[in-house]
Design a protein around this ligand. Structure first.
Ligand code: KG4
Ligand code: ZN
Length: 361
């Protein structure tokens, strides 16, 4: 990048209203502010994200969250080079709120608008806090998506594999629910699993040893949910949570190792492996993936925990990188419920993802 570009990022695709100011260029990234307002309390009584409640909560919060991000960054709108807003994939009512706010600021201030793919934000999130030069192999693992991508640069992703049913975060959330844990389930299940014996409950190993880099979590989800109905003691619940966490981590690592083999054939030894998305916040997942990367001679990079789950700093960074390449969008940019990162692969091999966040896959 030629010079530092300062971008306001806006994220409203699920249940976090977020805004951030990021300066990026010349290989340096500075997160000037990152405000994330979680709607967890609003959705908790329903055990999952309710799209209408999410959209309304975004409308109520967006102005204050943007103002807070600008204030905390200590910059005025004059200091901005552009505005980036998530334009999908996600819950479209929420996406429209953040995208409209971004368009309004761009129009009022005469700034370029960048309509960012939420998944590209996750893909670049490791670059917010560490050097993670292109190209790299990416495991994007979140509540609605679970895919392996070869990332050559901004907007240049090739999908190597993806889930054929549930996403890993969805499996965490649904099994957590069956165990009676509060929403969001992933972090709650991780806490319950602490000190548990992962070997007490054997769980199915989907796709183990199979060709390719696809994932499948629905068998594990059903088996674990059935066991959850039978366990009663605290120790049993803890052991089941540990077994689930270990099984998810193991599958993520096994399939990533297949991708590493294919990737190393093209890019050689010493390649970079990056993990991103909400599930990358899980310590056991990080530990197992780091070991897998080491086995294959890959370096391992994961974002700090605050940038694993949804945030606007990753959207601002994707915006800054696109802006530097002249990739800007018109004020007629559409909110997209579905928007695969590798559009060519998605057309050739569409994957059907049921569930509340299916659109994100
Ligand atoms: O990236 P994210 O905030 O939103 C999406 O784009 O989906 O990811 C949310 C997902 C949820 O399924 C949540 O349960 C999971 O990430 N998650 C975790 C942890 N923290 C978040 N799963 C396991 N362990 C965690 N510590
Ligand atoms: Zn996300």
């Amino acid at each position: 990048m030629r010079r530092q570009l300062t971008v306001l990022g806006i994220e409203t695709s699920c249940d976090e209203t977020a805004a951030a100011v990021v300066s990026a260029g010349d290989g340096h990234v500075v997160v000037r502010s990152s405000i994330v307002l979680s709607q967890v309390q609003d959705h908790a009584p329903f055990g999952g994200v309710v799209p209408e409640i999410a959209a309304r909560a975004h409308v109520e919060a967006i102005d204050a969250v943007i103002a807070a991000a600008m204030k905390s960054a200590g910059v005025g709108f004059d200091a901005l080079d552009g505005v980036a807003a998530t334009a999908g994939p996600g819950l479209v009512g929420g996406v429209m709120v953040g995208l409209s706010a971004g368009k309004a600021i761009a129009l009022a201030r005469g700034l370029p608008l960048v309509a960012v793919n939420h998944l590209e934000g996750h893909a670049l999130s490791a670059r917010l806090a560490a050097e993670a030069d292109y190209p790299f192999l990416l495991l994007l693992v979140s509540g609605g998506h679970c895919q392996l991508l070869a990332v050559a640069g901004v907007g240049r992703c090739t999908r190597l594999g993806s889930t054929i049913d549930d996403a890993a975060g969805e499996a965490f959330d649904k099994i957590a629910k069956a165990l009676g844990l509060p929403y969001p389930g992933g972090p709650a299940l991780e806490r319950l699993a602490e000190g548990g014996d992962a070997s007490r409950f054997p769980l199915p190993r989907a796709l183990a040893g199979r060709e390719g880099c696809d994932f499948s979590f629905s068998g594990l989800k059903t088996a674990a949910a059935r066991l959850a109905e039978r366990v009663s003691s605290d120790a049993e619940r803890r052991d089941l949570a540990a077994a689930v966490q270990a099984a998810i981590a193991r599958q993520l690592a096994e399939r990533s190792e297949r991708a590493m083999e294919a990737y190393a054939e093209r890019h050689g030894a010493g390649s970079r492996f990056v993990v991103a998305g909400g599930v990358a916040a899980n310590a056991e997942v990080r530990r197992v993936l780091m070991a897998a990367a080491a086995r294959h001679g890959f370096s391992f990079t994961a974002p700090p925990l605050r940038y694993c789950t949804d945030n606007a700093a990753m959207i601002a960074l994707a915006g800054a990188e696109r802006l530097a390449l002249g990739l800007i969008d018109g004020l007629d940019a559409a909110a997209r419920p579905r928007w695969p990162l590798d559009e060519a692969a998605a057309r050739l091999k569409p994957t059907h993802i049921p569930g509340r966040k299916g659109a994100k896959a």
